[in-house]
Design a binder for this molecule. Structure first.
Ligand SMILES: Cc1ncc(COP(=O)(O)O)c(C=O)c1O
Length: 449
């Protein structure tokens, strides 16, 4: 076990003891003491091919031997060109140009800057406002954090935030339960009200996750939601940015989570699964009609980063995209996803399970104090954290989230197993999940059990 202040690492959690992972294979991780963990969330929704994939490792090593790094302002490389072409072939509509970065936050920053720069260079400099859903998460750098509705992440930085207009998130803790086609929140018409309130002439972009991540426990909007959004954005000259950093790359059973909604966003952000965790890789996808405006104007997106268009990261991305295709893993994700969601729906009867949401191999299980009213646990109970610790003790890795109800309260955990997961491993995830819940309840103060 490792813990601050022993050693020289400034850990992400300074009060926790961390096992040291020495190897991974498939859905399993092994620590230095030989303990094995079933990775049911791919770290942070990243390891979609599982651990220890030799094909991806070989592709990276080969590229590192050829040329590991050149700067994207001076040169291009084979993996950058090929990955852009092969990713473009998977993307919806006219999204066929890719700008590669490292993290999801960087991709969101770049997409929002691109939206702003596009309007200025098109001669509409008054279009500067950003609209985003609440709850939502789009990253942790300052513009991406401004677009996120994660109040506790902003605690010390509010003075540095950009104002972002909030629109209520669909099909998440709504009184209509996502069942009322006339509900402004769940049908999408709340977006129009927000645009009209702030003035369409001042709005640059609306950013949303097609399927929610951890801030909504994988909430899936109603089928018509993004058609309504598309129509509203078109009528008001607002760019629609789909943030697929978490839900994309096959995770929900289609290459891109927006696909079943039948619309094409103006811009899309990709990350996490596109290189399966073998390298940090993200991207902004844009159509020619937008890139051409910059090409004819200033000639460059004003977003410089040393490690953009990184050849080894793009080699990892290319090998991942090819592996997903050649092993039909997106289709597998859809098939297993149907089974997985049915299995998880069975957890809804367990104590304190308030909701189970998701699509494909992405799921969120929300815990509440009272399942009849949906009232969350007091934050002092630390339900999600306790559950996650108990799950880890039981050899199951899950992703916790807190604060989604009101910025403070709210407990849920996310599951996002690798697409290579077997049906017996899915069964094992469900079994260990139920065991972790038992252990959590036993560890809770009697008054809230
Ligand atoms: C939807 C979404 N967008 C952006 C990000 C930011 O990505 P990163 O943590 O790689 O910066 C995340 C991270 O979880 C995310 O879920």
């Amino acid at each position: 076990m490792h813990a601050y202040p022993h050693g020289h690492v400034f850990y992400r959690r300074l009060t926790k003891r961390l096992p040291r992972i020495v190897r991974g294979e498939g859905c399993w991780l092994e620590d230095a003491d030989g303990k094995r963990y079933l990775d049911a969330c791919g770290g942070a929704f990243v390891a979609c091919l599982g651990h220890g994939n030799a094909e991806i490792a070989d592709a990276m090593a080969e590229q590192a031997r050829r040329v590991a790094y050149v700067n994207g302002t001076m040169f291009t490389t084979e993996p950058v060109e090929t990955l852009a072409r092969e990713l473009a072939a998977t993307l919806p509509g006219d999204l066929d140009h890719l700008y590669f970065l490292s993290s999801g936050s960087e991709a969101v920053e770049a997409a929002l800057k691109l939206a702003r720069q596009y309007w200025v260079e098109r001669g509409q400099p008054e279009k500067r406002k950003i609209l985003a859903l609440s709850a939502a998460y789009h990253g942790n750098t300052l513009l991406a954090l401004s677009a996120s509705a994660r109040e506790h992440y902003k605690t010390y930085f509010r003075d540095w935030m950009v104002d972002v207009v909030r629109v209520p998130v669909p099909c998440f803790r709504c009184v209509c339960r996502g069942e009322d086609s006339t509900c402004p929140t769940c049908s999408g018409t709340a977006l129009e009200a927000a645009i009209e309130r702030v003035g369409p002439e001042s709005v640059a972009a609306f950013i949303a996750e097609p399927v929610g991540g951890s801030s909504t426990g994988a909430a899936v909007p109603r089928g018509e939601y993004f058609r309504t959004v598309r129509d509203i954005c078109d009528r008001h000259d607002v760019l629609f940015i789909a943030d697929e950093v978490l839900c994309g790359a096959g995770r929900t059973g289609t290459w891109w989570a927006i696909e079943p909604f039948g619309v094409t966003p103006d811009l899309m952000t990709l990350g996490k699964g596109i290189a399966a965790g073998y390298a940090p890789l993200s991207a902004v996808a844009a159509p020619r009609r937008i890139v051409d405006v910059i090409a004819r104007g200033s000639g460059a997106l004003l977003h410089a980063q040393t490690f953009s268009f990184h050849p080894v990261a793009c080699a990892a991305g290319l090998a991942t995209v090819r592996y997903l295709g050649s092993h039909r893993l997106v289709e597998r994700c859809a098939e297993l996803g149907t089974r997985f969601q049915e299995q998880l729906a069975g957890l809804a009867g367990l104590p304190h399970v308030g909701a189970v949401r998701g699509r494909g191999l992405l799921a969120g299980i929300e815990f509440v104090e009272d399942t009849n009213t949906g009232v969350p646990f007091p934050r002092t109970v630390k339900f999600a954290e306790t559950f996650t610790e108990q799950a880890l003790a039981a050899g199951l890795v899950v992703w916790p989230n807190t604060g989604h109800v009101d910025g403070t309260r709210g407990d849920l955990v996310m599951l996002a197993p690798p697409y290579i997961v077997t049906t017996s491993e899915l069964d094992e995830i469900v079994t260990r999940f139920a065991a972790a819940l038992d252990r959590t309840l036993a560890a809770l103060p009697v008054a809230v059990r």
